[in-house]
Design a protein around this ligand. Sequence first.
Ligand SMILES: [Zn+2]
Ligand SMILES: [Zn+2]
Length: 252
Amino acid sequence: MKLYTLGTGAPLHYTRATTGFLVEAAGEPLLIDTCGGFELVRRLKALGKTPEGFHHAVLTHRHGDHIGGVMALAIAANPLHLYGSADALQATKDLLTLTYGEAAFNVLEHVQFHPVEAGRAYDIAGYTLEFLEVVHRVPTLAVRLEHAGKVIAFSADTLPCDNAIEVAKHADLYLCDALCARADGASYIPRVKDLQHPIAAEAAQMAKEAGAKALALTHIARYGTAENMLKEAGDIFSGELSVPDDLHCFEL
Ligand SMILES: [Zn+2]
Ligand SMILES: [Zn+2]
């Protein structure tokens, strides 16, 4: 199984696209979040792919930096299956309606919305997915994906919480949001809390408690530096640790 990072930045990052991941195995490719908008197309093209080839996307929550790419997928991919909480799916529908106006009817015709609930497992595009509710400014689901004995977990956006540990129990790869390290500046810490994200040390502590084999820090703020984040997280988490750039490929 391969996981490509399409976007690893927070909304105001200057170079990283916002959150999106691509999972590939034998079956259909699956997107977990979709970046913030049409840059999804550029990211996919950089991997030699076009949006027409993607028919399944999981949406962790309604924030634009995660669902924006559906604007591109909905006019390229037919059919398009979207999975998420009722709240995330409603916001996505609203976004498509707003974006495409009178043409929205034609666009929405081939989009299928599949609500998922926390605490249940689903077979999506040939992968087994479980969702757990985490703590963010809006209803948000962390994702645990299993395929061929390998587990990838994604925290979505969340304050440190029990479910962000539970979702990553013994995961082969834990993608955890973290905006920055303490060493990037004490003045940023209250802001990170207010935005309801962990810092690198908190993500590392959750990965450690989960017994995850590898931790990848993502959703990096423009004031977050990989150097400081790796040092801070590495003092706590002894497994494989990275702050991947966009278009990085993890092989599991
Ligand atoms: Zn968010
Ligand atoms: Zn976000």
